[in-house]
Design a protein around this ligand. Sequence first.
Ligand SMILES: [Zn+2]
Length: 381
Amino acid sequence: MDADPVRLRAVIDDLKLVDQHVHRVLPGPITVAQFELLLTESDQPAPAGTSQFDSQLGFAVRRWCGPVLRLSPAASAAEYLRHRDSAAPAAALLAAAGCSHLLIDTGFAAPGSMPLDEMATLSGAVVREVVRLEAVAEDLAAAGCTASAFAAAFPEELWRRCTEAVATKSIVAYRHGLDFDPARPGGAEVTAAAGRWLREVEARGDVRLTDPVLLRHVLWTAAERGLPIQMHTGFGDPDLDLRRADPLLAREFLASCGVPVVLLHCYPYHRQAGYLAQAYPNVYVDLGLTLNYTGARAPVVLAETLELAPFSKVLYSSDAYGLPELVYLGARLWRNAMTEVLGAWVAARQWSEADAVRVVAMIGAGNAARLYGLAAPAAAR
Ligand SMILES: [Zn+2]
């Protein structure tokens, strides 16, 4: 079969995506300092005399988001920022992303982010919720739950919060590391740990959950609930110890938890994640965050992930947070990378074009629809 890159590109550009892990974004104008902080995983401003725009992510925002806001792709960072606030960026960028569904992690959002119904209206997508486990436990502590009640109250509250949700989300990588004890903790152990934690909460006035026993309790309770668990792995902000975010460290939990686990982000452990997705039928892999941050190098990371990961186990997400730019950019860079990588394999006659088209539909939408039980979108874009 002759390769037709134009046809493959058209199929990829027209596909409605399931963005299977994304956060709420800011609706209106934002300051330059805010924008800069949302262009990095660092929690600190760029050093004096430098800009976060001088990065793969910053270059990609100007190159790909500029034209959606009717700016030249060659516009400088200052021109981009001057122009964006008068260009209704959220409406333009969310619509241009071309998503059928947004699965939104509601446990973490930039202050002032738009509500879920506005995300749905502006994107034209169906919005479904992903429930962050540690936030549910922290809400219980803030509401005055006692140590003796915690072990039983957490499942009850999680069941209530998950009524409409499609998945849960774990940040055990942030709060402990993926080298946690894979065994399920017993009831007495959980009650003793809850006692220690709640005394600390009272003393410090801060509910942040870092106790390893309780982190395992919430994770195993989520496994019992049965929804797919989205698990942070790989890079993130400096709250994380990247050395302990390699998904291989969670291998025994992944092998024994009995529910689908989606490894999020993964970089620079995306090859390890691809291996795990091949080794374990319940493990899935996702490059949200990573494609945005690697920008022009995204095709390389995508190709490396597709070395071992079965194509039926790879999912699309943007992991956008705060900036509507990141919802659009995730989709754009995924479409560009899929076109480049799969197009090259078709051109080299390693893959048929028909297979490439089928894999695009699987990774962009079909795998997520099957995993989360999503209804098919009403109409193609
Ligand atoms: Zn996220």
